[in-house]
Design a protein. Structure first.
Length: 245
């Protein structure tokens, strides 16, 4: 396939999980790709995985000043951008009683504030036409215990997909969102879930299983491609039917 032939793409949070699989598929579709990450171990692993085909940049998704630095690095390496995939994020789940201001601010900074200012930073180098894809979550649609702040930040991204698209469409920039359901990525290991926890998470999914990073990445490829030229301010829900219950 060559749906992204010649296109230049930046994928934040591209060193593991959905972001890394998206980078693989973008490369297979002919794109030139830059990815970001913050963890030295996953950065090294992604470099080994993707070889010299992708530019790997260490960047803090929650640092506003770092977004301008990232945009300049991408400009120097790729020139203009045709595709921006904002995928970097953290999932911090805990009951409302356990939240403090520092943890709240960290989630908002990485999941919402940084992404907003990255869009602002890359505007001068976005081509016409261009596509922005925001990785959100079905948590923005359903009320799951202990997901209050995570869900709020993802709901903010869904809103940005609509409002920014309305603001930027006249410049040829489409903005859409992909909202995955439970997807088996390395984040599961960080959450310390037990077998019983995993079984309980699968139970309400009509498809009877977790999604795979490849399935989410395929939706992102479509939205990034010219095949989606008429797809504007949309939210693609890829969750095995979970949010329809």
């Amino acid at each position: 396939m060559s749906r992204l032939e010649g296109k230049r793409a930046l994928i934040t949070g591209g060193t593991s999980g959905i972001g890394l699989e998206t980078a693989r598929q973008f490369l297979a579709e002919g794109a030139r790709v830059a990815i970001t990450g913050i963890n030295p171990a996953t950065i090294a692993s992604a470099r080994a995985d993707l070889g010299g085909d992708a530019l790997v940049i260490r960047s803090d998704a929650g640092n506003v000043a770092a977004q301008a630095t990232l945009a300049e690095a991408v400009r120097e390496a790729l020139g203009n951008l045709d595709i921006l995939v904002i995928n970097a994020g953290i999932a911090d789940f805990k009951p409302i009683e356990q939240w403090d201001e520092r943890a709240f601010d960290r989630s908002v900074a990485i999941n919402l504030k940084g992404p907003f200012f990255l869009v602002q930073a890359v505007l001068p180098i976005l081509a016409n036409p261009a596509s922005i894809v925001l990785t959100t979550s079905i948590q923005a649609r359903i009320g799951m215990p202990s997901a209050s702040i995570y869900a709020a930040t993802k709901a903010g991204l869904v809103s940005l997909a609509r409002t920014l698209s309305g603001e930027l469409l006249s410049r040829g920039i489409r903005v859409n969102a992909v909202s995955p359901g439970p997807t088996r990525t390395p984040i599961f290991d960080k959450l310390g879930l037990t077998a019983a926890d995993l079984e309980a998470m699968v139970a309400p999914i009509p498809a009877g299983r977790f999604g795979s990073p490849r399935e989410i990445a395929q939706a992102i490829v479509f939205l990034a491609s010219d095949e989606a030229a008429f797809t504007v301010e949309s939210e693609f829900v890829v969750d095995g039917g979970m949010s329809n219950l």
